[in-house]
Design a protein around this ligand. Sequence first.
Ligand SMILES: *Cc1c(COP(=O)(O)O)cnc(C)c1O
Length: 423
Amino acid sequence: MYRLKSKTAYKEAIQYIPGGVNSPVRALRSVGESPLFVKNAKGVVITDVDDNLFTDYCLSWGVFILGHRHPYVLKAVRRAIDKGTSYGIPSLPETELAKAIVQRFQSIERVRFVSSGTEAVMSAIRLARGFTERDVIVKFDGCYHGHADHLLVSAGSGVALLGKSSSAGVPDAFTAHTVSIPFNDTAALDRVFSQRGKDVAAVIVEPVPANMGVVLPQNGFLQHLRDVTRRYGSLLIFDEVITGLRLSDGGAQKRFCITPDLTTLGKIIGGGFPAAAFGGRSDIMALLAPDGPVYQAGTLSGNPVAMSAGIATLQILAQPDVYEKLEKKAINFYNRLSETIYDKNITLNHAGSMFTLFFTKGEVNSFADTQQCDRKRFAAFFRYMFNNHIYISPSQFEANFLSLAHKENALSRFLKSVKNFKG
Ligand SMILES: *Cc1c(COP(=O)(O)O)cnc(C)c1O
């Protein structure tokens, strides 16, 4: 494949940007490629600066459930931009998107907008600590909750590739109140709570982890989290930055019928713009400034352009049977994919419209299981798909995403490529 312009763009970028990228996994290092520089994207097709076309299964890490540049969303964005792009003063789209979220998520009575998932989680944790007047946070190995200092403990996503439990530059004291235990391990949770339960402010979890690759909660695991946190007066935080509006219109919590105390949202709700949110019970949210003592703020929070993109996205997702259709397409795809990989020592995990192909024979139910994967083989697979003009998420420890815009011809091309992969 001719990639001269991307390579030239990379050479120039690294002179001004560390590693040439603004988020590490984009550098494609762990899969032995040089980064792709995008010229434009539409639907599920990305065009790079060399005019190569790729079918996109990463979709800006799950943002584009409608596909890139959906005409209805674009129209809403253009209308919004014509009115002004930021005020630092309240505007109507903020309430409209907040209302749409409160109506959809059973556990969310009040919601506040921020600009990134990292910020949403950071704020939710501060709020949980303020509410409970406790310090300890329990998380799960391989779950990623953004890059705030105190959560970079056994974190997934790009951090999983660093092969260490935490980032440099994080003082031990900052993670002293963070306990990380294996996902799906109820006994480990019980042990932590029997020792320190009265100090635990919150348990935070990706209800269906996607940042170590897709891993499913075993039967009863999420309910167990709900029961234990309730018993000890700790809060349960669902980090639904990926799963909210991905697994159903009311997130993973609706799918699994569990009511968390706080929820974080991101990715899809910004419709391709920097917007994220955290919300929950009104008595907890009442502790936030200006009503309460927990401080939290943001210059571009509730940005009217981002809000408009989010509102338009949610309106399309509210059309009848959207999730049913997406799910039906996904299940059909997974059935065929399972047949394709049966003799390849690959394990398929999926939930709704997100999936991961793990390069291991065994079941994958925890971060430890994901570490059994053959990363070299995955890297070869990524490059093989890439050369076949298919852009999957560029790490073994990430999810791939289907969208309303993936059509049968694209999906069958994906399956055919997997079938022909000989690595
Ligand atoms: C992406 C993600 C985040 C971080 O969001 P950013 O917008 O990248 O800061 C947090 N939690 C989960 C579950 C995510 O998938």
